[in-house]
Design a protein around this ligand. Structure first.
Ligand SMILES: NC(=O)c1ccc[n+]([C@@H]2O[C@H](COP(=O)([O-])OP(=O)(O)OC[C@H]3O[C@@H](n4cnc5c(N)ncnc54)[C@H](OP(=O)(O)O)[C@@H]3O)[C@@H](O)[C@H]2O)c1
Length: 277
């Protein structure tokens, strides 16, 4: 039994599925993920996820006792994102053992993204706010379930026959690469804004900040829609939709944060899509 299949069989009981029934386990897991997405959507209207610049606003809705215990930002990002990176590497290794090079290639962008997010991004973080333990636990669970789900649906592209074309695959790859470039460039601009000892917020300039308030989020959303075109499965569709809702809401709140805080904030910038939104 492969490692991914072992993990699936271990959670099958929780989902009231037989341990051999792959489609029941992954189907119910995905069903749960869509319900979670609806909850996140409703919560995003009320308040932003409790970390970073929205920590104080969120604590109006979440008791302080739940947000009190905090972890240093770089350690928090490493811990919470690492499950997705590890599951990506395991999936690649298992695909390699089976000579399944298509699965290996499809998982590569996902794994590279999470290697950056769980190792390189935290190492480059200089002065992020400590993250509540609750947020880290939620994000850890998210990354574990997402990594497993993407593996369980890998190459199950029969659900979207109209999307199976070399042209769309190529378009998806371009979208992923451009999105990842914008995401990393914007993250790098943000994390270098503060001098040692500074904790406040400044207006970011450079790269796609010329057009957007949160190009790190726009870039990441583009990445996951690109990955959906490379690997059009029900799981990658869910992940692209989740990123759009979660990061889209955060981009909108980031835009309002800047326009309220800075009188000299550039008026031409949009929240999510250049010139439009
Ligand atoms: N796919 C998903 O569902 C998902 C979910 C969450 C995040 N992400 C990705 O993870 C990355 C980080 O996300 P994030 O929400 O932490 O980004 P963020 O709020 O923009 O913060 C990134 C870092 O930059 C600092 N920073 C942000 N704006 C600043 C400003 N105006 N002046 C000075 N410093 C500033 C933050 O400090 P503070 O900590 O002090 O605010 C933090 O250390 C992004 O690339 C995002 O796309 C993805």
């Amino acid at each position: 039994m492969s490692c991914i299949d072992y993990m699936r069989s271990q959670i099958s009981g929780l989902l009231y599925c037989h341990s051999d029934d792959v489609s029941c386990t992954r189907g119910r897991l995905l069903y749960g993920c869509w319900i979670y997405l609806i909850i996140v959507f409703i919560q995003s209207i009320r308040f932003a996820a409790p970390y970073g610049k929205f920590l104080n606003q969120s604590s109006n809705s979440i008791p302080d006792s739940l947000l009190g215990w905090r972890i240093q930002a770089n350690l928090a990002w490493m811990l919470q994102e690492i499950p997705a990176a590890i599951l990506g590497f395991i999936g690649i290794y298992e695909a390699f053992l089976l000579n399944n090079y298509r699965s290996l290639l499809v998982l590569a962008p996902f794994t590279v993204h999470y290697f950056n997010r769980s190792i390189i991004f935290p190492l480059r973080l200089k002065a992020g706010k400590p993250v509540p333990f609750l947020t880290v636990v939620m994000a850890f669970q998210f990354c574990f379930v997402n990594g497993l789900l993407q593996n369980l649906y890998l190459n199950e592209t029969g659900y979207f026959p109209a999307l199976q074309s070399n042209f769309l695959e190529f378009t998806g790859l371009i979208m992923f690469v451009v999105g990842m470039f914008v995401n990393i460039q914007s993250d790098s601009i943000l994390t270098n804004l503060r001098k040692p000892g500074e904790v406040g917020y400044k207006i970011p300039y450079g790269g796609m900040f010329a057009y957007l308030s949160a190009p790190n989020y726009s870039g990441e959303i583009l990445e996951w829609w690109g990955w959906f075109l490379i690997n059009p499965t029900p799981a990658s569709l869910w992940f692209a939709a989740f990123s759009t809702i979660f990061l889209g809401a955060r981009a909108t709140k980031t835009h309002s944060f800047y326009t309220t805080k800075f009188d000299n904030y550039p008026r031409n910038r949009k929240a999510l899509i250049p010139f439009l939104l």
